[in-house]
Design a protein around this ligand. Structure first.
Ligand code: G6P
Length: 619
């Protein structure tokens, strides 16, 4: 949510920042801007709208000069998307520029103080207040006696001591063209360490084309960056030693390749990403998954009496699928919580509860806060996370990485299947430590291992799924229903469609339709019925008939070999047979493709759906 980048080095900063902003655009695309220090002054350009319609053409028509600068892509919080509200924001002198990701909660109080100091505001944003505040401290710092600390860094530190809220910021000054200062609290900020050039980014994808050496900053860190060095202090602990790490994915992993959209590319990556989630983690001899990163001894794992999953969005749906798996395999009671609710509710969590945060980005503010709340109450907190080095991954006591590679499409796809895979492994592990037999464990492991190939097979039906999608692309409402393991998948199918095509869609447990939603069914309202040939096939079939009796069109997602359905429903998409716990991994694939093709047909911007952002780092 909001992407920020700072660059200092040998290259012309404008094009480097613009390219970085394109890579960060999935974090927010309401507006974009950049500011480059030219030596004498600052060159600021910003424009409402996506980069290709706004900032991009503006920078091409009047290139900005200079080798140091900052840039920003915005997902609006305070103030509507507009040129004025776009970042960077300037201080009162017009010689300091700030980009900010986060929310300044005491912005009104600070604004009052700043107005008394003579500051005038051009935007409705909380971020401009930060710019003015840093500017005032900078003027004072310049007058103070010189000490070891850089005046801009000192000004940033002093300003931040007055701030309540979250921030990832990058600051440049016309009077210090050899420096960028950055700071973070609650919003990600990473140094990209290059050869005679350095970067400050909210996401490694913005720097990976230039360097794979990164430094993950901690909360309250303030960094002073020059072209050939960086120096980190911490507002709390004062001293700070930060290690350089290597990014594990290649720059190509974040490229579109031959695909028209990242979402489609990521859907097609799933045979490999699901395999990666299992790689090296299945011990056939012991019939036990191996997950070293959990940092828990077998005794600690055996002592777990209750699991709480905290998550948002698609990750919450994966958590629901995980609930079914953990309860079935390990007989451990599981509660799935919306992180945003959990963090403020006084939910009783008993002794022996393991809290697991499930998050693709590892930056979602609510999930982060929920994990911290659990820690504060003395519970161990694990993370199931994709982004290595992300805030949640580093804060957790242990966890499981997905190894799915960067997910750029705003609508999450491959993260869901990887999360569901990893949660099945966790269920298997905890199950085998309790009552799950060797034979059932082996059966589940074998079924899991077949999933990548089975997903490949479903993907071969892409053209057919597209033709079905075209048939229903003008529907105004959609239902998705399924039972047991297929209920979370139904929710996920509905979410995908809503997110990218703006069609109203709802997911329900199949049997719940008759308790209300069935009132919505008519000839123009299709229902996607997840109906594998499993233990509840006949029950789901009855629910399907109830909808058909009300003239609702039906798209069935059924098991290969089921020739009974062809005459009962309007369209059928077949998926390979597997064990029931594997159904979320298989049945979600046609739903992702259905949503994708419907959205494309409706002319929607699939990778940048309206009003959304990939990584939600504000509450
Ligand atoms: C945003 C994204 C969703 C994602 C959710 C949780 O809303 O648009 O696709 O599922 O955040 O993100 P996380 O990174 O925590 O999984």
């Amino acid at each position: 949510m909001c992407g920020i980048i700072g660059y200092i080095g040998k290259q012309s900063a404008g094009p480097v920042i613009l390219e970085g902003l394109r890579r960060l655009e999935y974090r927010g695309y309401d507006s974009a801007g950049l500011c480059v220090s030219e030596g004498k002054g600052l060159n600021l350009v910003k424009r409402v709208g996506k980069i290709d319609n706004g900032l991009g053409p503006l920078v091409s028509s009047s290139p900005v000069q200079g080798r140091v600068g900052v840039g920003h892509t915005r997902w609006a919080t305070h103030g509507a998307p507009s040129d004025q509200n776009a970042h960077p924001h300037l201080d009162q002198s017009g010689r300091v520029a700030v980009v900010h990701n986060g929310v300044i909660e005491n912005h009104e109080t600070l604004k009052g103080h700043l107005e008394l100091e003579g500051c005038e505001f051009e935007s409705e944003t909380d971020s401009e207040i930060l710019a003015k505040l840093i500017g005032l401290h900078y003027q004072k710092a310049a007058k103070q006696e010189k000490d070891e600390e850089h005046p801009l860094a000192r000004a940033v530190s002093q300003a931040l001591k007055e701030v309540i809220g979250t921030y990832g910021i990058a600051v440049v000054s016309a009077d210090d063209p050899d420096t960028i200062v950055g700071a973070r609290r609650g919003s990600p900020l990473i140094i990209g360490v290059g050869q005679d050039e350095n970067f400050l980014v909210s996401d490694v994808t913005a720097a990976v084309a230039h360097t794979r050496q990164v430094v993950y900053l901690n909360d309250y860190d303030v960094v002073t960056l020059t072209a050939d060095n960086f120096h980190v202090t911490n507002l709390g602990t004062q001293t700070a030693q930060r290690q350089i790490s290597e990014i594990e994915f290649s720059p190509e992993a974040a490229e579109l390749g031959d695909f028209p959209h990242y979402m489609l590319k990521e859907i097609f990556e799933q045979p490999r990403t699901v395999e990666n989630a299992m790689r090296g983690r299945l011990d056939h001899d012991e019939v036990m998954p191996k997950m070293g990163g959990l940092n828990m001894t077998p005794a600690e794992l055996r002592a777990v009496e209750h699991v709480v999953f905290v998550a948002c969005g698609t990750s919450w749906h994966a958590a629901l699928a995980g609930e079914y798996a953990l309860e079935e395999f390990a007989h451990i009671p599981v509660t799935v919580e919306y992180a945003s609710e959990f963090r403020y509710r006084n939910a009783p969590i008993e002794k022996g509860t393991l809290v697991v945060a499930i998050t693709q980005s590892g930056e979602t503010a609510d999930t982060y806060a929920a994990l911290r709340e659990a820690n504060r109450r003395g519970h161990k907190g694990l993370a199931v996370c994709n982004v290595v080095g992300s805030s949640i991954a580093r804060e957790a006591d242990g966890g499981i990485y997905l190894h799915a590679g960067p997910e750029i499409g705003v609508a999450s796809t491959k993260a869901f299947t990887s999360q569901a895979t990893v949660l099945s492994l966790l269920g298997l592990l905890m199950g085998r430590m309790r009552m799950l037999s060797v034979s059932r464990g082996m059966e589940l492991m074998r079924a899991l291992e077949q999933v990548p190939e089975q997903i490949s097979k479903i993907l071969e039906a892409n053209d057919r799924i597209r033709s079905i999608a075209l048939k229903y692309s003008q529907a105004r409402h959609f239902f998705f229903i399924g039972r047991q393991y297929n209920f979370p998948t139904a929710l996920e199918g509905a979410l995908k469609l809503k997110e990218i095509s703006y069609i109203h869609a709802e997911g329900y447990p199949a049997a719940e339709m008759k308790h209300g939603p069935i009132a919505m069914i008519d000839e123009a309202t299709p229902t996607v019925v997840l109906i594998p040939s499993d233990s509840l096939y006949e029950k789901t079939f009855s629910n399907l008939k109830e909808i058909k009796a009300r003239k609702g069109p039906i798209i069935a997602i059924a098991s290969e070999g089921n020739d009974r359905l062809e005459n009962e429903v309007d369209d059928v998409i077949y998926v390979p047979r597997s064990l029931e716990p594997m159904s979320p991994l298989l049945n979600v694939i046609p739903l992702q493709l259905l949503a994708y093709h419907i959205a494309v047909e409706r002319g929607c911007d699939v990778d940048k759906p309206r009003n959304l952002a990939k990584s939600v780092t504000v509450e």
